[in-house]
Design a protein around this ligand. Structure first.
Ligand SMILES: Cc1cc2nc3c(=O)[nH]c(=O)nc-3n(C[C@H](O)[C@H](O)[C@H](O)COP(=O)(O)OP(=O)(O)OC[C@H]3O[C@@H](n4cnc5c(N)ncnc54)[C@H](O)[C@@H]3O)c2cc1C
Length: 410
């Protein structure tokens, strides 16, 4: 059974992050939205000190079900989801800048061998701030990852990568501004389609990997989103994620896809944070204007504003329950591919609608830059795009419920 009561440990983490969000993120929110591409170094260094060694931003792997039975389930993914919701309540763009293994680390956790996890993730426990990124999307391939064109060719003890990756979150920080790494999806055999795709770890500063540009964006402007080019980029043979056997078989692609089971609930959690921030602010403002939201009265007595507000709030809460369920299953070693997509699709939509509603309820002030609502509306939309768009996650849900393969329902 799911227990809806947060453990003391998780609640304490939630409270700590809320105070950081209020004290360290909100005050610099507007500044680093406007100064896109500049890094909030004081904040980043502070967060590096706070977060090292903690499961803060998604370096989760699926718990082994047998181990979970013996030791009791972990709460890593749930804790990460709650932490990310709070950080994104502070500022989703700043949250994405925090040095950590991020999406690249999630890929290593999901698909790497124990030796690879140790080799690539341990450096994130000490030293200078580090970032890791995941590069899947290409100029002509996003949703349909099987169509990717980046190649990996074996050359003696190396793999040699060639190709272009776009819209890579924290790509610049991972590739050239720290000692992190980029996980790159590439094909070892174009004819083989999905079966030919593997993920490769490219350490920062590797010759042949370059950052070509950093995007100007609608929202999450504090976060860098980079275009990376790989030209005869040599990496060691054992930087392909998974064991040598797995790396040779179609399991390599399955392992890579398993990354999404861990990351989608976390993207959903970020969406919840932005949505909650918008509704909290709108509720407070309405109260100041003498129009408090009256909970617990009959539907017929609600004003249209109250009814709209409560609808948006309920929708967000439904998304939160789906998100917690997907995280909870991950922590118990259960397959959560359906639940992860449900959470991501629902939260992406709920936050898009909640931020728009909050602006509407505030009238012209909501649209102005005096409030952060317009920023939050811009920040919200990305949750419907990265880690699988709204439509792609709905497609996965439909396939799983109806029992169709990706060929049968595309
Ligand atoms: C700020 C930002 C950060 C990002 N970070 C990363 C990152 O770190 N790493 C990374 O690899 N990528 C990243 N991306 C890329 C993102 O994951 C892709 O944009 C996304 O997967 C969609 O792919 P696409 O852009 O090629 O769109 P397309 O696949 O071309 O889709 C375009 C539209 O068509 C719809 N569509 C496509 N196929 C179907 C279908 N079968 N049925 C119904 N509708 C469909 C999509 O939902 C979408 O609305 C980022 C993007 C942005 C904007």
């Amino acid at each position: 059974m799911i227990d809806f009561e947060l453990s003391q440990k998780v609640q304490a983490q939630k409270d700590l992050i809320r105070s950081l969000a209020e004290g360290a993120m909100r005050p610099i929110s507007r500044e680093f939205d406007e100064r896109e591409h500049e890094k909030p170094w004081d904040f980043l260094k502070m967060m590096w000190d706070v977060s090292r060694g903690q499961s803060m931003t998604g370096e989760n792997s699926r718990e082994d079900p047998e181990a979970a039975k013996k030791s009791g389930p972990r709460e890593n993914t749930l804790t990460a989801a709650i932490t990310i919701e709070e950080l994104s309540w502070g500022d989703a763009g700043l949250y994405l800048t925090i040095p950590n293994p991020g999406l690249g680390g999630a890929a290593v956790s999901a698909a790497g061998t124990p030796e690879q996890k140790k080799r690539f993730l341990t450096p994130f426990e000490s030293g200078e701030p580090k970032w890791a990124a995941m590069a899947i999307t290409e100029p002509h391939c996003g949703s349909d990852s099987a169509a990717l064109q980046t190649t990996a060719v074996r050359d003696g003890d190396d793999w040699v990568l060639n190709g272009t990756k776009i819209f890579c979150t924290s790509g610049q920080m991972a590739a050239e501004k720290s000692d992190g790494f980029v996980v790159v999806w590439a094909t070892v055999d174009k004819e083989a389609g999905r079966a030919g795709i593997k993920s490769f770890v490219v350490p920062a500063h590797t010759d042949g990997m370059s950052v070509i540009k950093v995007e100007n964006k609608l929202g999450i402007r504090a976060s860098d989103t980079a275009m990376l080019v790989f030209e005869d980029c040599h990496i060691p043979a054992d930087n392909v994620l998974g064991s040598a056997e797995v790396a040779k078989s179609t399991e390599g692609f399955k392992g890579a896809m398993a990354t999404f089971d861990a990351t989608r609930p976390l993207v959903a959690a970020s969406a919840l944070g932005i949505g909650q921030a918008s509704l909290d602010l709108a509720r407070e403002e309405l109260e100041k204007r003498g129009r408090p939201i009256r909970y617990g009265i009959s539907d017929a007595s609600l004003t249209a504003m109250e009814s709209d507000f409560i609808d948006a709030e309920s929708d967000l809460h439904a998304a939160r329950l789906l998100t917690w369920r997907a995280a909870w299953m991950m922590d118990r070693g259960q397959r959560n591919n359906l639940e992860a997509s449900m959470a991501k699709a629902k939260a992406g939509l709920a936050v898009t609608l909640a931020t728009q509603k909050a602006i509407e309820l505030m009238g012209p002030l909501g649209y102005s830059r005096k409030m952060l609502l317009e920023k939050w509306m811009r920040d919200a939309k990305i949750n419907d795009i990265f880690e699988g768009t709204q439509q792609i996650n709905m497609l996965i849900v439909a396939r799983r419920i109806l029992g169709y393969s990706s060929k049968e329902l595309s």
